[in-house]
Design a protein around this ligand. Structure first.
Ligand SMILES: Nc1ncnc2c1ncn2[C@@H]1O[C@H](COP(=O)(O)OP(=O)(O)OP(=O)(O)O)[C@@H](O)[C@H]1O
Ligand code: SF4
Ligand SMILES: [Mg+2]
Length: 349
């Protein structure tokens, strides 16, 4: 049976109105353009793709920091559009965030103690008239994220900490409400290699101990390969391929996935594929004027005539493995057989 689904996104869109001036009409920017994806309890779903493809906007929509233009987000089976005040309180506790830049996401004028306890109070996790309970929880969180002695770190200000320590505080703050989903937007991108590995280990340990799920936004495919259970590949606001990470990385059904992976130093035991780096022609087209047909066709090295005019359907090539390419099924038939077969199942709701 499929594990329980925590978060479901259906046909989600976010179109920004941009470029308005005295002489110019405003234009639509298709930042997120009809994505459907889900996160199960306790798993890591990675969202990958080039800069500007809509990863952070997706995260911000989930965090309710942006309002969708269309589509729906369901948490524990209930649509956010029909939330009551009580539902929102549960959501704020259940869904948390870790940002890339801990410098700007932690208030420099507040101590770590204040940052953590105020997160507990404002989310309603701990009542404001129970400061001692919040203090004990703050100390326990310091131990969980490996910052000892707790009383020393709780008295510090963010700028007295290293980048890795600040990111641990960001994680502690996210954990302070006992969430079951953390949106982690490039959480280790700004860290040195060794510190990066330590913070990734911490995230992994916390997941095992607490069963928290991660939506892990990253452009570093080698990290994604090692930590994610499933991956969704975005291009120009759309998810072009998604599925169990080992299978997606091995089968590379969508040519864009193939190109991304070819540019990443990931150990690949498959000798049947051409491992040469695929250099895509041109840059990513403007999200204000996405190409007709398959949005990837102007850069696709496998495009055929119909790709320029017909939007490819998203097909399920194997259980839980989807791709939006006219030739997805035949590519999976050729390459997918070598991929580790997945445990992907449709989400249970
Ligand atoms: N508030 C906004 N107003 C207008 N356009 C926006 C806004 N926020 C994001 N965009 C645009 O939406 C598109 C997607 O941006 P987003 O930040 O989601 O990309 P990303 O995949 O997170 O990129 P990166 O890897 O660089 O972080 C980009 O073209 C961006 O310029
Ligand atoms: S539909 Fe055509 S253009 Fe799009 S990814 Fe597939 S082969 Fe390439
Ligand atoms: Mg981003």
């Amino acid at each position: 049976m499929a594990e329980a689904t925590l978060l479901e996104i259906h046909n989600l869109t976010k179109h920004f109105e941009v470029g308005r001036s005295l002489f110019k009409k405003k234009q639509k920017l298709y930042a997120v353009d009809g994505i459907s994806v889900y996160v199960r309890k306790g798993e890591t779903l990675a969202l990958v793709g080039e800069s500007g493809c809509g990863k952070s906007t997706t995260g911000r929509l989930i965090l309710n920091l942006e309002q969708p233009t269309g589509g729906s987000i369901l948490y524990r089976g209930k649509d956010l559009a029909s939330y009551t005040a009580e539902d929102w309180k549960r959501y704020r506790q259940g869904v948390q965030v870790v940002f890339q830049d801990s410098h700007s996401s932690l208030n420099p004028r507040k101590t770590i103690r204040h940052i953590l306890t105020s997160a507990m109070f404002s989310s309603g996790t701990i009542a404001r008239n129970k400061p001692q309970v919040a203090e004990e929880r703050a100390r326990a969180l310091m131990a969980e994220v490996g910052l000892k002695p707790a009383e020393v770190f709780l008295a510090k200000y963010p700028n007295e900490l290293s980048g890795g320590q600040r990111q641990r505080i960001g994680i502690a703050r996210a954990l302070s409400t006992n969430p079951d989903l953390i949106v982690a937007d490039e959480p280790v991108s700004s860290l040195d290699v060794s510190v990066k590995a330590q913070v990734l280990n911490l995230l992994d340990t916390l997941q095992k101990e607490k069963g928290v799920a991660y939506l892990f936004i990253s452009h570093e495919l080698s990290i994604v390969r090692s930590i994610a259970d499933r991956v969704a590949v975005m291009y120009l606001g759309k998810i072009v391929e998604s599925g169990p990470v080992a299978e997606v990385f091995e089968a590379k059904v969508h040519p864009y996935t193939e190109a991304l992976i070819s540019a990443t130093p990931i150990p690949d035991p498959d000798s049947t594929r051409n491992k040469k780096r695929i250099v895509l022609p041109g840059g990513v087209p403007s999200p204000m004027d996405p190409p007709k047909g398959c949005p990837f066709h102007p850069r696709c090295f496998r495009a055929e005539a119909k790709c320029a005019t017909e939007v490819p359907p998203t097909v399920e090539v194997a259980p839980g493995h989807h791709a939006a390419c006219h030739f997805a099924e035949e590519r999976f038939a050729t390459y997918g057989a070598k991929a580790p077969q997945n445990s992907g199942e449709a989400p249970s709701t």
